[in-house]
Design a protein around this ligand. Structure first.
Ligand SMILES: [Zn+2]
Length: 120
């Protein structure tokens, strides 16, 4: 599954930030997912519970923010925002579109408990 490797990646980054910030515990993980990303929140949560065991991130609450996608129509050069599934150009109905953004998946920030609390 794709989600396992991305979840491990998120954990690694969160652990590194938490260690740098002298955190005692990580309480919250804020993840940004592009609208067109194939990553499923529930799967990430499932793997998270598994991979975060016995780490500083164990028990942290995951927060997902879905951000809209940006597309460019290659027929009429119309640039548009998409907040649902992939669809044709709203201006000329062309399906010749290029995805500018919307497939991202990254750790935005973390919430920690420690001597000096700070976000990532
Ligand atoms: Zn168009």
């Amino acid at each position: 599954m794709h989600e396992l490797s991305v979840t491990e990646n998120i954990l690694e980054i969160a652990n590194r930030h938490a260690t740098q910030a002298n955190a005692v515990r990580v309480t919250d993980i804020y993840i940004v997912i592009g609208r067109l990303s194939s990553i499923v929140d529930d799967s990430v949560q499932f793997y998270w519970d598994f991979v975060s065991q016995n780490t500083i991130c164990q028990g942290a609450q995951l927060h997902f923010e879905r951000i809209p996608a940006r597309l460019l129509c290659l027929s009429c050069q119309n640039e548009y925002t998409l907040d649902s599934d992939l669809s044709a150009c709203p201006q000329c109905s062309s399906a010749q579109v290029k995805v500018l953004s919307g497939e991202e998946f990254y750790l935005d920030s973390i919430g920690i408990e420690g001597k000096e609390a700070q976000s990532a």
